[in-house]
Write a protein of this length. Sequence first.
Length: 247
Amino acid sequence: MSHGNRILLTGGFGRLGSELRALLPGIQAPAHTAMDITDPASVDAAVRAATPAVIVHAAAYTDVAGAERDRALCWRVNVEGTRIVTRAALAAGALLVHISTDYVFDGLRGGYREEDIPGPAMNHYALSKIAAEEVARTAPRHLVIRTSFRPREWPYPVAFTDVFTSQDYVDVIAPEIALAVRHAAEIGWDTLHIATERKSVFDLARRRRADVQPGSKTGARVALPDDISLDGARWTALRTRLLTEEA
């Protein structure tokens, strides 16, 4: 793999990262012990060794309820970690692909487009991801991908009927992100929403778990938005062109 298409992945053994490693042959994905995103020396060494053209920053603290209990850890991983990775991308002259989330929006209306302004934050996780986006955008060459995904199987006995989303299962979302990563240098946008159609979380859960029970976000341990669905029209059009080019 030449420098021109060498890709370095953070969070390569997480939910999304594991899928991307299978979808992007030759991608370099050091384990946490070899690239700790909260340790500048560790990240710098990994980036120097990889000499990447593209750094995909997928590592993140994603436990929304846990973020309220350990705000310092959430901030250290999501904001300070992103700052360290962004600086390393700048030093390497690499394009930074930053994986963000629909939670950067307040969820009052849904259908959010790329140019909509994030915030106000609904919870500490959302605040950390809003800040992380702003840090990532300080890289001269960057692509922020807002997305949302679940494990391949719905993990809970209950799903909310009163939270609307465009998230999907990770095996649905990951191939889309892999396509964007392969073409990151030629996309031309600095923000993309990669998601599927708007639906309730309960409807999404029922696709892969027939016995899931309906529930309400009023019972959640953390403040949750009403509707954080994303408008994916930009990606839909771009995806068609990229797939045609690859054919």
